[in-house]
Design a binder for this molecule. Structure first.
Ligand code: URP
Ligand code: ZN
Ligand code: ZN
Ligand code: ZN
Length: 479
């Protein structure tokens, strides 16, 4: 048969294997994987390239309206669905899962409708949404959430901190209970709100209000305690739980203990925790704001613990937590030219640099092998968030979302080579080896040799299925 597209001569890497084969693509899907394919309307030579499943970034914030009344005064996100998805594609990511936030006093269903209208016709790759519940009223718990989960919004994040979003332990139990009934997958931002508030008040009274004081107001014990408590809360109704942006060894010990007791607990970390430390917040003037996120980056010991747990399988997913605030008066400095750390929006950008960083620091440096790289950046996200086997794998029938990866290319990351709308990258000057050359979404080339080929708006909304964390066979695999 004549294929629409053939990828010829590449080395295919999946979450389980590395092998040489050609891929035949028809109707946007992988139609065959074979030794040698001849007839194609278009043939891409992938000799000396790796062929990877398109990256899935399951933690990014795009066009997210901030809750009213925050100290950061409504700082604006620089990336929406268009620029965010383009930046992702240039970095080898073909599927994104940003967050749709319900603000207090508002309907969750209305928030989802609003977010659908922000995303529709904007993206170059495909997308789904996680929901954020900040006001679990009886209507939300009994009507809105079940209906949304059944219509393909099967992942929900809750916060234990941030004044405008945090839930009490009791409210978290309420949301977990609905998640259990509907088999939704829960994500949690685990930091102890009371300790942060107490420390931040004390620092402010002492006049210690610089970006580095943000890190001092959120020591790792704050994350360790909240992780322990969240595991306990999940254990009561019995729901699997995803810990996003885990920053070091102590919360990971809580996660390991929970797993040893048989609970399905999944850990995510992000590039900033592997590469930045608290010292990046301790820069002249306000420059440290560029590395400010929550939890904060920690120290070399925390980085070593994260690598150990990436290697041994405690950490299963690797996402950017892209939070696109410019270092200007619309973004990080929205509250004024000399803000206290409390009034600076949290988060760092990273959609485009996620894959190159993990490939270079992980695969090239010999810490992880290629299948583990693929699992962490694509396959596990697909399974966990109900997109498997359509996304995240190179198998017959899957969407032809593929990256032709040049494993030898060396790149120095600087903000001017990136495609997001943020005016800085926290990884400025970092040298990496390995870079995406050609990026394909549903059989269509969307990025080729540094040029955008796909039309923004071609991306589709993905209804998420039930998480593999709820499926017994997979539960064993997750524990
Ligand atoms: O500082 C961070 N991580 N900002 C983004 C929001 C979140 O909590 O993930
Ligand atoms: Zn919908
Ligand atoms: Zn968070
Ligand atoms: Zn986040």
């Amino acid at each position: 048969m004549t294929f629409e597209l053939i990828i010829r001569g590449g080395t295919i890497a999946t979450a389980s294997d590395v092998f040489k084969a050609d891929i035949g693509i028809q109707d946007g899907r992988i139609a065959t994987i074979a030794d040698r394919l001849i007839d194609g309307l278009q043939v891409i030579d992938a000799t000396r390239k790796l062929v990877l499943p398109g990256g899935i970034d399951a933690h990014c914030h795009l066009d997210q309206p901030q809750a009213p009344g925050l100290a950061s005064k409504g700082a604006r996100m620089a990336d929406g669905f268009c620029s965010g998805s383009i930046s992702a594609a240039f970095g080898g990511t073909t599927t994104i899962l940003p967050f749709c936030v319900q603000h207090r006093g508002k309907s969750l269903t209305a928030a989802v409708a609003d977010y659908h209208s922000r995303a529709a016709g904007q993206t170059v790759g495909d997308y789904g949404f996680h929901l954020i519940v900040s006001d679990p009223t009886p209507v939300v718990l009994e009507q809105e959430l079940p209906a949304l989960i059944r219509s393909g919004h099967t992942s929900i994040k809750v916060y234990m901190t941030y004044e405008a979003m945090r839930l009490s332990d009791r409210q978290i139990l309420d949301v977990f209970e609905t998640a259990r009934q509907e088999k939704a997958i829960m994500l949690i931002h685990a930091e102890n709100h009371e300790i942060i508030g107490w420390l931040a008040d004390r620092l402010e009274r002492a006049g210690q209000t610089r970006p580095v004081d943000h890190a001092r107001s959120r020591p790792i014990a704050v994350e360790r305690e909240a992780t322990h408590r969240a595991v306990t809360l999940a254990e009561i109704p019995g729901v699997p739980l995803v810990f996003v942006h885990v920053s070091g060894g102590e919360p990971l010990e809580e996660i390991r203990r929970a797993r040893a007791r048989g609970h399905v607990v999944i850990a995510e970390t992000c590039p900033q925790y592997l590469l930045l430390t608290e010292r990046d917040l301790d820069m002249p003037g306000l420059l440290g704001a560029k590395a400010m996120c929550s939890p904060p980056p920690r120290d070399a010991q925390a980085q070593a613990a994260l690598w150990q747990r990436i290697e041994d399988g405690t950490i299963d997913i690797f996402n950017s937590d892209h939070a696109p605030y410019c270092f200007d008066a619309e973004g990080k400095l929205k509250a004024g030219p000399d803000p206290s750390f409390r009034a600076i929006a949290n988060g760092v950008p990273g959609l485009e640099t996620r894959l190159p960083i993990l490939f270079s620091e992980g695969v090239v440096k010999g810490r992880i092998d290629l299948p583990r790289f693929v699992a962490l950046t694509a396959t596990n996200n697909a399974k966990l968030y109900g997109l498997h086997p359509r996304k995240g794998s190179i198998v017959i029938g899957a969407d032809a979302d593929l990256v032709l990866w040049d494993p030898d290319r060396r790149v120095t990351i600087t903000n001017d080579i990136l495609h997001h709308n943020v005016d800085y990258t926290p990884f400025e000057g970092l040298e990496v080896q390995g870079w995406p050359e050609t990026v394909i979404s549903r059989g269509e080339i969307i990025v080729d040799k540094g040029e955008l080929k796909g039309k923004p708006g071609r991306g589709r909304f993905l209804e998420q299925d039930t998480s593999s964390a709820w499926k017994k066979r997979e539960i064993e695999a997750w524990t």
